[in-house]
Design a binder for this molecule. Structure first.
Ligand code: DC
Length: 245
């Protein structure tokens, strides 16, 4: 039987995509946003931005109070419109474009520490909910269907085998001229998975009521079509319940 508990009209246009690194979340989230005319909220970029802020200010990565103080003194801006789906969400810090800086190796290594901190999560979840309440959107991350918007109409959990995720990450790094061996990439992904899934606050889980899709042997277009089918099914059910068809 279909779960109808997430049929709140406020969440009719919210899709959440969660899953581990390399599962294809961001590519799919941007494709969906573009096709359905939704905004794309890259929650990982927000954790990365606060991590960069901490590194730039030489703040201890575990010192959540000082990181938040620095955030309050800064102007962080996220451009949630989807232009080119191959590009990252544009992020500005005090007017300076930090879109590529937040993807550096240094930030990648530090972000799991910062994203474990409860006060940081509380601060960013509030911001993410505010953004989601303003426009129909696709939220992408590790806790968007479990914590940020559990009542979203369509919740997806993407996963893929470790081998496939390593292959995808290698390709992505190559495109950004960052070369790492397969072994190094595997270690990095496994370590991130461990930290993301075992942290106390909002660990990476399969959110209740989400559709789980293993993308290991699927093309991006196939994943996209499956999700669109699920989303359309939910919308049709919503309309039926509300006698709109
Ligand atoms: O998706 P990403 O690689 O840009 O995410 C960067 C880090 O942020 C990742 O290690 C996990 C963390 N993160 C999180 O804890 N919660 C989210 N909703 C999104 C990302």
């Amino acid at each position: 039987m279909m779960n109808t508990s997430n049929m709140d009209p406020e969440n009719i246009n919210i899709i959440t995509i969660d899953g581990p690194a390399g599962s294809g979340k961001s590519t799919i989230a941007k494709m969906l946003a573009k096709e359905l005319g939704l905004i794309y909220i890259d929650t990982g970029a927000m954790y990365r931005a606060l991590t960069l802020l901490a590194l730039k200010n030489n703040i201890d990565l575990n010192d959540e109070k000082s990181i938040l103080l620095a955030a309050d003194k800064s102007i962080l801006e996220f451009d949630n419109s989807v232009g080119d789906i191959n590009k990252y969400t544009k992020v500005l810090l005090n007017g300076k474009d930090i879109t590529l800086d937040i993807r550096s190796k240094k930030v990648g290594e530090a972000v799991s520490i910062v994203s474990k901190l409860s006060k940081i999560r509380k601060y960013l979840v509030k911001l993410q909910r505010e953004m989601a309440s303003k426009s129909p959107c696709v939220l992408e991350g590790r806790d968007t269907g479990s914590v940020v918007c559990p009542s979203a109409i369509c919740k997806i959990y993407l996963t893929a085998s470790i081998e496939e995720r390593v292959k995808r990450r290698e390709k992505q790094l190559c495109e950004n001229n960052q070369l790492l061996s397969k072994e190094q990439i595997k270690c990095e992904i496994e370590s991130r998975d461990r930290i993301d899934s075992s942290r106390q606050d909002s660990p990476l889980i399969v959110p209740d009521g989400s559709a789980v899709i293993d993308t290991s042997c699927m093309s991006i277009n196939d994943v996209f079509s499956s999700i669109k089918k699920i989303y359309n099914g939910k919308i049709n059910l919503y309309k039926k319940i509300n006698h709109q068809v």
